[in-house]
Design a protein around this ligand. Structure first.
Ligand SMILES: O=P(O)(O)OC[C@H]1O[C@H](OP(=O)(O)OP(=O)(O)O)[C@H](O)[C@@H]1O
Ligand SMILES: O=c1cc[nH]c(=O)[nH]1
Ligand SMILES: [Mg+2]
Length: 217
């Protein structure tokens, strides 16, 4: 798995990340979701440079302009619920993409023993697709690995891009084992230090789902 950390290079994404992480800013729920959406747009834009393009002749009122356009059948596969705002950012860029969803949540547990519940899957046929697996937080990696296994029951994508906002090294290591091929790319806006005993990313941002939508029972 190839890892691309787009936060490594200074850009506007620094501002969105700072607001996401800031303990005071992040109390503003609409702003928090909007920052996830904006980061999704930035990652999607960078990822768009890796798609397969063919020239199409576009007819304007005054002539013909040959224009490279992507051929890929893009499916954006998102892990609910924290992934929803990020999903919208990808859809803003790839506005004709198909969407797929699974719902997964972590039962509280330790980082060695985190139980994940997967409850729902809705996906189009994935055979031959360029599949974007989207979730803001890559902590232990358990949710993304389980989500991928659920998604591929709907077919085998030809390209896999895993797209997150903050990745912990532990999660990256787990996904490296699950996806050893260099054909798979992990896109992230930051790589953070470590996980705490409850498997939260440190310094991270806290609980992305709760900050987006409120605490769940
Ligand atoms: O890498 P992992 O250790 O599996 O952790 C990451 C998962 O945690 C968050 O979801 P959460 O379980 O908090 O559910 P939520 O979206 O309902 O908040 C996040 O959106 C990931 O799905
Ligand atoms: O730090 C973390 C880890 C998992 N899920 C989150 O929302 N935050
Ligand atoms: Mg959560």
């Amino acid at each position: 798995m190839k890892v691309i950390n787009i936060g490594q290079q200074n850009s506007a994404i620094n501002t969105y990340m700072a607001q996401l992480r800031d303990v005071e800013y992040q109390q503003n729920r609409p702003l928090f979701r909007n920052n996830l959406t904006r980061i999704g747009e930035v990652i999607a834009y960078e990822l768009s440079k890796t798609l397969t393009y063919t020239i199409k002749n576009i007819r304007t009122p005054l002539g013909i302009k040959p224009t490279p356009l992507p051929e890929d059948h893009i499916v954006i596969g998102t892990v609910l619920r924290a992934g929803l705002a990020l999903h919208q950012g990808f859809l803003n860029v790839f506005d004709h993409a198909d969407s797929a969803f699974v719902a997964a949540y972590r039962e509280e547990g330790s980082k060695e023993n985190m139980k994940i519940h997967l409850e729902y899957r809705a996906a189009p046929r994935l055979d031959g697709s360029t599949f974007l697996l989207v979730d803001p937080m890559l902590a232990t990696g358990g949710s993304l690995e389980l989500a991928y296994k659920a998604f591929i029951q709907a077919g085998q994508p030809s390209k896999l891009h895993i797209c997150v906002v903050i990745a912990a090294q532990e999660g990256i290591d787990r996904l490296q084992k699950a996806f050893p091929s260099d054909d798979v790319t992990l896109w992230t806006a930051a790589i953070d230090d470590h996980l705490n005993e409850n498997a939260y990313i440190v310094p991270g941002l806290g609980d992305a789902g709760d900050l987006s939508y409120g605490e769940k029972l």
